[in-house]
Design a protein around this ligand. Structure first.
Ligand SMILES: Nc1nc2c(ncn2[C@@H]2O[C@H](COP(=O)(O)OP(=O)(O)OP(=O)(O)O)[C@@H](O)[C@H]2O)c(=O)[nH]1
Ligand SMILES: [Mg+2]
Length: 443
């Protein structure tokens, strides 16, 4: 059943002042009124109510309760929200009472899924809701909020309208060819198609930056043994996560940790120092380093001086952009003539500039366009828009080759279809399943 009454704890279980419980669905008032005394007599009025078990009549907590009448609610259905005391026992007991009264425990993301099905949110906004909750860096929050405010949706809706207009223009041409005023109309179609193609291509180009923003940029710290990689890793992270010793070859395995630098999300990876080694474990570690280097969005190379040849050799193998620094800048022997920025994990010298530099290299595209431009943040977005783009290109090619207009128009239809699926106008169940599978229960 798509609208049966569901219940979930919307806040994490554990010691806290309050817990929020949500119920939604047809007949939810009847269910909730069996547990809430008194039950709010009108929508959007908060009442102080006892939560009572419907079978045992035991009082579980004193709460605040509010109800919403559909469609003016988050899901678009009748809803009830109850704020109980927090902790492990109270909220769970209240949820159990609502279940005993006839509500079903909600699946992850089920509230938001209903909001989408009832037209309260489109699919991009639903994804943005999850991104907002998962945001670990301010830049991720800003991006998610912008998407929730329909930044990307509006951009796509405008593209969709233009595609439909183009189709209408051509349909008119098919229906009334004798009224065709010739080259003017043809030019309008050509211009229209080009405009849509360019805007689609522009959005597709934002995908690498956008996906990196959602997932965090993979920043791999590399260099010779003892160069100070683990020390720099710890300094960027702001805590002692990796072991540091004066023995070259200390780090044997890759260590990954999330960090926010200049407001942007990074996944920092400390690696085993690169050298020829007889030690079997160290060799395995160096193998792991190479795998990470292959996947990196960005590499931070720690040069320790006197290893210029090693650095050149290393750079030749890297695909990702490399930022080089001279480590241990506080030591008197620290290569005063080095061409690279100097940093010290001990004194903190150069660290702020390094963070800025890393954010610039990893997220330069986003920094340049500010927060105002919507970007594609998921593979789902990218594949849909790539499909729309190739259909528009196929339309242009078909027209250039003087293919039958009716046949050419099917490409425009297909492009609209790709956008519809992306926005969630028509969305197959398996797409919805995939989007909502990663949601929190209660959202
Ligand atoms: N004075 C000074 N010493 C440093 C600095 N960074 C690292 N060291 C020292 O250099 C030695 C090696 O540091 P690590 O951070 O373990 O170097 P690593 O590159 O991770 O070494 P491996 O894991 O063996 O490849 C340790 O004795 C650190 O205390 C620095 O900025 N200043
Ligand atoms: Mg190390």
């Amino acid at each position: 059943m798509l609208s049966d009454p569901i219940v979930a704890l919307a806040t994490p279980p554990g010691r806290a002042a309050l817990a929020a419980i949500r119920l939604s669905g047809a007949g939810v008032n009847a269910v909730a009124s069996r547990c809430l005394q008194p039950f709010p007599d009108g929508p959007r009025t908060v009442v102080q109510a006892r939560v009572v078990h419907p079978v045992t009549s035991e009082t579980i907590d004193r709460s605040l309760a509010v109800r919403y009448a559909g469609p003016r609610s988050y899901t678009g259905e009748d809803m009830v929200e109850v704020f109980t005391h927090g902790g492990l026992v109270v909220a769970a007991g209240a949820v159990a009472a609502f279940v005993a009264a006839g509500a079903r425990p909600a699946a992850p993301g089920e509230f938001t899924r209903r909001a989408v099905l009832n037209g309260k949110l489109d699919l991009l906004q639903a994804e943005a809701t999850a991104d907002l909750i998962d945001a670990g860096a301010p830049a991720q929050r800003r991006q998610a909020l912008q998407q929730l405010d329909r930044g990307l949706s509006e951009r796509l809706a405008a593209l969709r309208t233009d595609l439909l207009d183009l189709e209408a223009l051509i349909a008119y041409d098919i229906d009334f060819p004798e009224e065709d005023d010739g080259p003017v109309e043809t030019e309008r179609v050509t211009r229209g198609a080009r405009g849509v193609r360019e805007r689609l291509a522009h959005l597709v180009r934002t995908a690498p930056d956008g996906e990196r923003l959602r997932e965090g940029a993979l920043l791999v710290i590399a260099g010779r043994p003892n160069a100070g990689k683990s020390s720099l890793f710890n300094a960027l992270l702001g805590r002692e996560r990796a072991i540091v010793t004066e023995v070259p070859g200390t780090t044997r395995d890759a260590i990954e940790a999330a960090a926010v630098l200049e407001g942007f999300p990074f996944r920092l990876v400390d690696t085993a120092g690169l050298r020829e080694s007889e030690d079997r474990i160290e060799r395995l570690g160096i193998e792991v380093s190479r795998k990470y280097l292959g996947a990196a969005d960005l590499i931070l190379y720690c040069a320790a001086g006197g290893d210029e040849a090693a650095r050149e050799e290393f750079l030749a193998q890297c695909q990702a952009p490399v930022v080089t620094v001279h480590t241990k800048a506080d030591l008197p022997a620290a290569f005063p003539s080095s061409p690279f920025p100097r940093v010290s994990a001990v004194t903190g010298e150069g660290l702020d500039d390094l963070k800025k530099k890393l954010a610039e290299v990893a997220f330069g595209g986003l920094l340049a366009q500010g927060d105002l431009e919507p970007v594609l943040t998921r593979a789902r977005h990218r594949t849909a828009l790539e499909r729309a783009l190739s259909e528009v290109e196929a339309f242009e090619a078909a027209r250039a080759a003087c293919v039958d207009t009716v046949a050419a128009v099917t490409h425009l239809r297909a492009a609209v279809g790709a956008l519809d699926e992306l926005i969630g106008v028509v969305t197959p169940d398996d797409v919805l399943d995939r989007v909502f599978s990663t949601f929190c229960v209660g959202k």
